[in-house]
Every structure is written in C-alpha cells, then in structure tokens.
Design a protein around this ligand. Sequence first.
Ligand SMILES: O=C(O)[C@H](CS(=O)(=O)O)OP(=O)(O)O
Length: 240
Amino acid sequence: MNKIQKPTLEICFTPDAVSFIDLTGKIAVVVDIFRATSTMVAGLASGVTHVIPVVDMADALHYKSQDYVTAGERNGEKIEGFDIGNSPFEHMAQEFKKIVMTTTNGTQAIETVKNDAEQVIIGSFLNLRAVTNYLKAQNKDVVIVCAGWKGRFNAEDSLFAGALALKLRSDFWWKGDETLFASHSYSSVKNNLSKMLKQSSHYKRLEKNGVSDDMEFCLQIDKFKNVPVLNENILENLPK
Ligand SMILES: O=C(O)[C@H](CS(=O)(=O)O)OP(=O)(O)O
C-alpha cells in the first residue's frame, strides 16, 4: 500500500503480461468482452448458479456426468458434442443451473491467474458498475487482466479496462502506462463504442459467424448487478 493509503490498479493487456506482475494479495478482474466474461455475467444474472471455467474440452466433458451443461467454442464456433456455445443468449435461456465452459481466450485467462491472485472476479460492460462498487469496498490492489485474442492485444477488453480504471481513479493509484493509455482511449471512443469496435478484428471475426447480436448485447453498460467470483474453481455470484 502507498503512503497515502490507497490500493494500486494495474492493467495487463494480455494474459502473458501477467508474468511481469506479482499477483499475491491482489484481486484479478478477468475480462473477455467478446464473449466469455460477458456471457458468464449474463448467465449468472439469469438463473445459472455455477460456472466451471476449464481450459480443455476433455476436462469439460468430464463434468457432463455430474449434471453440468457443457458450453463453449473454439474459434467462435460451438464445439461438436457440447450442449451450447458461447452466446450470452444461450446462457440466459433459464434452462440451465450448472455450466462447465471452455472458450478460446476467456477461460484460458482465468486459468493464468487463478492460482496466484488472492481473488478472481469477472468483469464486463454488463456489470461495470457492480464491479466498480465491489472493488472500491475491498481496499485491495487490483489487476485487470484482458483475455485478448490468442495471446494478442484486443481493443474491446482494453477499452473495458480503461472504463473501469476511470471509474476507480479517485480510490486507486494507477500503476503503469497501460492504465493511462486505456483510460484515454476509452474516453475518446466511449460515445461511439459500438461503431469503433465494429472495425476491430474480434468483432469482424465473430460477425462472420453470424453473432453480431451477441456483440451488441455485450456492449450494454450496467445491464446486470452481479459480480461473479471464483471459489474453489467454481464461478458464483458474490452475495449482494
Ligand atoms: O466465441 C468467442 O466469443 C471467442 C472466440 S474467438 O476468440 O473469437 O475465436 O472466444 P472468447 O474466449 O470468448 O474470446
């Protein structure tokens, strides 16, 4: 903690950048706007009670025998033999309680931080205010971990990181140029977020798969009030 008692806030634009940061005692906010963390927030706000994020498809299938619905994608498309894909609309269908999920980027990012961070929570534009309020109340150092795309930077996760950094500015010490860059970038596009992100590689890739409605859904701000937290490998909503 710094001399004036404020916790720190840092951003990793990719999961690989986490290797430069000591996560001990810190809260990691994992972000994958298109679509994994938006979908987790939407599902858990709509009747899902448990989400187990896993890296491998085989691990997901292992939970099928324990009454988990298998969900996920590779390269934006539903995995053959799985029950559902990675669309928020599928996860909000209110048919499912327990989901095991594997995605190209989002569940990998959770895996990267889960053993080292003190706590892992799930962020998205859909629950921006709820995440902000939670972090303000904790008085702990925070690292926003962008899932990116296959190890590379992406615009939507980094812009979300900027939006969250701006909301937390008065309560946290910003560390690193990433925070400065992301917050200025978000400020300059926030009134045209969807228009700008339509030019992004991740949007275009998923658009080709016919899921533009998913992306528009994921860009809604403060639609939900839940904050998913990882407990013993299971994502559940924090009590309100
Ligand atoms: O389906 C998604 O939303 C993406 C797939 S890809 O990275 O665009 O191929 O996965 P996610 O892990 O949610 O970024």
